[in-house]
Design a protein around this ligand. Sequence first.
Ligand code: PHE
Ligand code: ZN
Length: 884
Amino acid sequence: MRTDTPQTIFRKDYTPPSYLVDTVELGFDLDPARTIVASRLTLRRNPAATTRGIELHGEDIELVALRLNGKLLGKRDYTLANNLLTIRSAPDDVVLEIETLCAPDKNTTLSGLYVSNGNFFTQCEAEGFRRITFFPDRPDVMAKFTVMLRADKARYPVLLSNGNLLEEGDLDDGRHYALWEDPFKKPSYLFALVAAQLVCQEETFRLADGRDALLQVWVEDGNLDKTDYAMQSLKHSIRWDEEKYGLELDLDRFMIVATSDFNMGAMENKGLNIFNTKFVLANPRVATDIDFQGIEAVVAHEYFHNWTGNRVTCRDWFQLSLKEGLTVFRDQEFTADMIGTATGRAVTRIDQVRTLRQAQFPEDAGPMAHPVRPDSFVEINNFYTVTVYEKGAEVVRMYQTLFGVDGFRKGMDLYFARHDEQAVECDDFRRAMADANNRELGQFERWYSQAGTPVLRFEGRWDEAAQTYTLTLFQSCPATPGQPEKLPFHIPVAVGLLDAAGADMALVVDGQQRGTTAVLELTEAEQTFVFTGVTGQPVASVLRDFSAPVILQGGYTDADLLHLFSHDSDPVNRWEAGQRLAMERLLKLTGEAGANDDAAASLNLDETFIEALRKILVDETLDPAFREQCLTLPSESMVAEQLECVDPLAVHIARQFVRADLGTRLRNELLAQYEANATPGPYSPDAASAGKRALKNLALAYLNAAPDAASVALAQRQFDEADNMTDRAAALSALVAARVPQAADALAVFYDEFQNEALVVDKWFAMQALSPTTDLAAVRALMTHPAFTLRNPNRARSLVAMFCVNNPVQFHAPDGSGYAFWAEQVIALDALNPQVASRLARAMDRWRRYAPALQWQMREALQKVAGQVKLSNDVREIVGKALA
Ligand code: PHE
Ligand code: ZN
């Protein structure tokens, strides 16, 4: 916690480390109040260095002793200021022995070494290792680690660290030890230890090269009935990486450990992944389909980091997307392959597009907009963003779109051939892709350096006499903080042409046969492509499969969209046409609702739109999962994103009206789908069953958006009878949203039944927090519930962040009470855990877009936080940028 002006760090200021570390030996005497860390480092001067002194980072730790080549150093031999220990002059080869103290039980930040439920865990990315011992804590310093753990045996029977277990045994006084060695060089951010009372599910698994690896999933006692799915996901991930990329597990042992106190989803520490329980624990009784999907994706993500992140790592934190964008892309492809079917793939792609629109586009248009490879930051923890992760994944996907799956694989192979066991830059990845495919990708670099979402427009003209279709594409990109002007991007635009019957035309572009989808490469601000042999007026399907992370603006008439929604062979664009039809209507209704106090009575939805949805809803040739996506409306925040001046209440009224109107006018069809998509028999999380449940529960939600007694009874029956959490939670949400008296009883029953399942209690809080029926007073009441605490990030997020981010109509209450609450909670959280506080702080990013009466109250709340004398760099950066 610092009170002075935080310092900005620039990418251009990178200098190589003055010393390299070859080996690290760490000894831990673990004690919650007073842990002793002894470190022995062998260092050697970096021939590439431009600076001379040894520089070690250290934060919130006490230096006990420091020896250089055996000699005890005194206060005159080094300086220690601003969390940096500098030894100004030292020989070329150095052995440093460092003894430090820390207090894990006082560490509420969950960065460094901390205690959770009485167990020890570490979290070192990005800069947590310096909270454990003094070290050149930067990712371009890679060393071999040996770790000795000592702790009380009864209290901490399990002692884990990275790599392989060399030795374990008993010590005096009831203590024991374990010695671990990681055979690979790694940066400090990948270090981990666990000392705990845990149990594990384990299995030996035969790798492609015939070696056997030991796989373990460690959890608290009582949770072994919830580890199967994580284990299965791990095995699938290992297999997939072998088959898809020829990448094998390089260790004899791979461990996953779950903790309930964790800032993020999970962490890819070498051989010892530490996970938020949310992404490990699942069985049908406590976890929903979405939870199962999340576990599969996150287990895969962390496993894939073993190559993309660990074996090849980042030179500096500005290159974060090098590992994160690539690894997200890999987990996305894994998820798609696990489903296997073409529509299954499209359904996962639609989920990705939704995430981008819901979270990344707003980030890219707001005060925190930054390039995929940022140029500067105050606090690196603020840059674990949807831009670095999800837009980064889109940038990686574009290589595959340009070069095909085989070309992409060639680029990956070259990347590993060149850079294994190195710390490199995003540019190195781009160069490997370019060189492996003999392509010049200079302009493509702008995807890494320019922030903001490009806007794509198109104009098409069919010439009957010439039988040509001329497609002109235009691109532009809005200014973002620090980047007033943008240069054109290299954009792959996948295009198809539909004939009057809705069939794909065979494409000939510039004289070349291009199948039925052509990937056009747009590199100029404006460019024209000529399709020949076009015998009738086509409807263009532009940006198929969402081939680039851009905003496609205009270009379509309602009739075009209806045609695409009925016929497009590309499921993503088919869905997209429906979303555009819905968005146009939501925007019009929002305008009407805002202009008229008695709006709800006069709103109305055209029969054409209802008919289009009806046709999709009952089309048995389409997967239920896809139909569910087509019937799901853009969220309130997506609608808000389209408006220059947001009135959250009007948006809410409009969207609620559409939901209720669909519930009324499609009642019979919804009821029929509700029945038809029952999933009898034992629960299975597979995509087909999950898709059926999704459609069934969407039907239930729409029916209860205009609740009559029968619909409420349906929800109540499902709540009472369902044997799985997906259906129970959906039924409970429907009851809560329907504002019926049964909701309170059901909430009580639910809590009673699951009060010992922390992750379900989170759901219980979240469900209430995001219901438009829950006002701030109700949130405050929930905060006094004995199960509520700000100290556990999952719990804090389930109530406070859910309300501030996902309950717009209540959060933006006209009296500004939501904003005052936000300020109060950001400040309270900041004192405990700056990373969690800082995420919550971002709820105000888009304050300038709101109606003036809300805007000034939002600014006041931001100023209140910014005016705090004691504030972390994390929160100070966010509110500072919001107000700038
Ligand atoms: N590197 C982790 C991941 O993406 C995320 C993470 C970042 C976790 C920082 C903890 C702290 O898989
Ligand atoms: Zn990651």
